[in-house]
Design a protein around this ligand. Structure first.
Ligand code: FE
Ligand code: MN
Length: 453
């Protein structure tokens, strides 16, 4: 049928069928790798923000870029992908999903190097990888290389080039492709299909001078989604949607540009197409949101970025017998990979501690400079400002990890937090106090009962 790559195994299949003569009734749909009646195990991740090794040295320009960034461990892109491959070899998921922002800033060299890594992972582990673009991946004017004290502009990719580079990671085996975006429908198993949605808008990037942050699904793509829903329903398949931008709002702390435009309309279209679970990225925060309508519910699982502390991914299992999805998170096994491969870099052998300290320190030092410049906070001695900044660093960390509500006790018991309570009004103070009053919520585990088929 549509699975062109499957033609290669057809002769072998026919041979096997003819050799067990007369047992035509056992013949099953040959186009699905995983047939009806089987579970499907998926590893879901996002925002790998891969930066090709050849695009950087370790000089001051690169170090400055890291320090000004949001905690991406861009100096260890290659190592993180190798550790992911190592984990995939151990966990053996049938499918791996990466929900966009594959590259740091859309550099052609990063996409090509990452695609090479993904190919190696597929070959070594037998898993199947499916990707979509994020807002950083295509026609990105921020594409850069780093040498010594300078940044140089680097080649980015067009939508066509993206589709070609990642052809074997979803596009070439699509059941249906959208003509209005890089969205496609894939069927890794007979019973569970993936609606891979391209929500990024890259058409105006060159004129804007930056990658457009906001995500959108066009009216034509919404119609195409309805076609996908109808096709899945006719085949009795469950649909899981994957998109870079959030379907649902995740937090009062995140401003506009993160949830897809017209999200009520998109939510409605997805629910009508039988989608109950969405996997997204973009916000770099681990957060599960839920929306209920007419007795039905839909979940948006935002994965934190693989490239940012705590470097975690999701494990999603579909049960054929129960018609359920079960989600949980796990940390990237950088340390065991480093140890197993004889790596001697202490940062990698103790990656959790290294990356956590790095994340917290960067975030604290930024709030420290903000506080130190604020005249309203001039009366505080340096040591107290440090304690207060440390509170912000820790709260940010728990927030990104997905433990904003569960990690609070350790923060609210500190002297720094006590200082914040009586501090003069400021944006940071309201952030700290709001964060500390959040309701407990589990962003790491989810059980979904799927609709009947
Ligand atoms: Fe991102
Ligand atoms: Mn993004």
């Amino acid at each position: 049928m549509i699975f062109i790559r499957k033609y290669a195994i057809l002769p072998l299949l026919l041979l096997m069928l003819s050799s067990c003569g007369g047992q035509d009734e056992v013949q099953q749909n040959p186009q699905y790798r995983i047939q009806s009646g089987h579970d499907l195990r998926m590893l879901t991740t996002s925002d790998t923000h891969y930066l090709a090794q050849k695009l950087r040295d370790l000089g001051p320009a690169f170090q400055q870029f890291l320090a000004a960034g949001d905690g991406k461990q861009l100096g260890y892109s290659k190592e993180m992908m190798e550790a992911l491959g190592y984990d995939i070899g151990i966990r053996k998921p049938d499918v791996v999903i990466i929900s966009g922002d594959l590259s740091n800033n859309g550099e052609a060299a990063s996409h090509k190097e990452l695609a090479g890594q993904l190919k190696r992972i597929e070959q070594e582990t037998g898993t199947r990888i499916y990707v979509i673009p994020g807002n950083h991946d295509i026609r990105n004017p921020w594409a850069r290389s780093f040498r010594g004290k300078r940044q140089y502009s680097a080649d980015s990719v067009t939508a066509t080039a993206f589709r070609n580079i990642y052809g074997s990671f979803g596009y070439d085996e699509a059941l249906l492709r959208d003509e209005d975006s890089l969205s496609y429908l894939a069927a890794p198993s007979e019973e569970l299909w993936l609606l891979m949605l391209d929500t990024a808008q890259y058409g105006d990037n060159k004129a804007l001078g930056h990658p457009q942050l906001e995500g959108r699904i066009s009216g034509r793509t919404l119609e195409w989604i309805a076609d996908c829903g109808a096709k899945a329903a006719a085949a009795g398949a469950q649909l899981v949607a994957v998109m870079h931008h959030s379907l649902l709002n995740h937090s009062e702390f995140i401003q506009e540009g993160f949830t897809v435009e017209d999200h009520a309309k998109v939510t409605d279209a997805l629910m009508k197409s039988g989608v109950r679970t969405v996997l997204s990225g973009h916000i770099h925060i681990q957060d599960i949101s839920e929306y209920r309508h007419d007795g039905d519910r839909i979940y948006d699982i935002a994965s934190s970025a693989l490239s940012v502390y705590p470097h975690q991914y999701g494990l999603l299992t579909y049960s054929s017998a129960r018609q359920t999805l079960d989600y949980s998170t796990a940390r990237l096994g950088m340390e065991p990979w480093a140890a197993a491969t004889g790596n001697t870099d202490p940062n990698l052998l103790g990656f959790k501690a290294y990356s956590e300290a790095n994340f917290r320190k960067r975030s604290a030092s930024r709030s420290y400079s903000r506080l130190a410049e604020d005249p309203a906070y001039a009366r505080y001695p340096e040591s107290e400002l440090q304690e207060m900044a440390d509170v912000v660093g820790r709260l940010n960390e728990y927030y990104f990890v997905g433990n904003a509500s569960t990690g609070l006790a350790a923060v609210t018991a500190t002297e720094g937090y006590r200082l914040w309570q009586s501090a003069p009004a400021s944006a940071t103070r309201s952030y700290v106090l709001k964060m500390a009053s959040q309701q407990p919520k589990n962003n790491h585990d989810l059980h979904v009962q799927l609709p009947e088929r």
